[in-house]
Design a protein around this ligand. Sequence first.
Ligand SMILES: [Zn+2]
Ligand SMILES: [Zn+2]
Length: 392
Amino acid sequence: MKELSEIAFNTWKEHTDLIFEENSSNYDIIISNKRRLHRKESSGQHYCPKRFDGKSGVLAHANYPNSNNDVVEIHMDQDEDWYFEIDTNTPKEKINFYAVLVHEIGHTLGIPHSAENTSIMYPLYNSSNIELSKDDILVVQSLYGKPVVGDDDDEEDEETDDEEKDLDPPELCKLNNKIKNFLIVDQVLYIYYEKWVWIMDLDNLDVRTKPQLISDWLTFLPKGFNNITAAYQRPSGDVILFIDNKLYIMEIPSFRLKFGYPTSLTSLSLRKNVILHSAVNTYSGKSFIFFDDVYYVEIDECKGISKKYGRITKEFSGIPPGIESSFRYTNGLLYFIKDKTFYEYSEFTNSVLRAGKFYLSLFGIDCSKSTSKMLDIISNLKESLNQLENFN
Ligand SMILES: [Zn+2]
Ligand SMILES: [Zn+2]
C-alpha cells in the first residue's frame, strides 16, 4: 500500500520540480480510507462534508489546496472492492486503486477535471487509464514547473533593456499596429501601451486624444510598474488586471483597487513565474487567461479559481499559438492579435470569421485624419517640391 501511494506520487513528481516526502507528523496531504458519512472521523483538521455511497458510485474524493495552506485530504471509499496492482488488468468487479489515487493526488495539487478522456483527470473512472496524458503533464508543469535538469539553457534570458523610456507621450497613430491592448468598459475604450493609456469614448474616437500615464490613471499601481499584461471585465463589472504577474481587481466605476489585492497568480492555480500573454471574458461570460504561448486556463468567476486547462488551438479553432493579445469588442466577437495579424473569432460558431493585418482602423479609429498624418503629408509634399526645385 505504502509503496503504491509512493509510486502514485512519483507519477506526478517525475514530470515536475516537486518533491514529496512522507512525514506523519508534519503533513500537507493525508490519504485515508473512509466509508459512508464520515464527517467527524476525518483524520485531518477538517471534518468532511461529503459522504460515500457504498460499493461503486463515488470512489474517492479530495480537496483542492487553498491559500491558507490547509492540509488537503484524500478519502478513498472503503466499501469499494479495490484492486491493488499497478497494471491495466483490473478484474471487472474490482476498481483500480492506483488509477483513482493518481487522479485524487492531481486534485490535491490543484488540478481540476479534464474534458479529455485520455487524461487521468477525466471525471469518469477507467481501469485502463493509469498514466498521465500529455495534457496532464503540461498542466502539472504549468503549476509547478518542469523538472530541474542540469543545463539552464533558455530560462535566464530575460530582457534587461531597462532603458529609461522617453516620457514624451507617444502618438496613437504613429504606433498604430504596434498597439495591441484594448479594454472596453461602459462604452469607453482604453488603449494601453507600455506606460500609457488612451481613454476615448467609443462614440467619439478622437485620434488626437493625448495619452495619460497609467500610473496617474491607476494610482494604486506600484512605483516602477512596467505595463499591463492583460485586462478584462468580469461579468460582475469588476476589472481584472494582470500586472507584473500579479492579479489586481479594480472596482468599476470607482477604479479603486478591491480590498485584499493584488494577489499572486497562484490564487488562480497558476505558478508564480508563468508567462501571461493575455486574458479575455467572452460574450457568454467565460474568462480565459492565455499563458506560456500555447495554453489557456478558464477561470470560474464565481469561485475565482481555475476551472479547466487546455491548449489554445484545441479550444479556439483556427487561432494560432503564441497570441499576444485578446479582447472582446462591442460586437461580441473576440479579437486575437499575433504578429500584427488579427483574428476575429466567434465563440458561437467556434471559428475565425476573418483575419488580416491589424490596424487601429479595424475599430473605427481613423488615423487618416490624424494631425500627425497630415503633417506627414505636408512634409512629403515639401520634399517633393524641393525635389522639383532641384530638378529645375
Ligand atoms: Zn471525505
Ligand atoms: Zn476527480
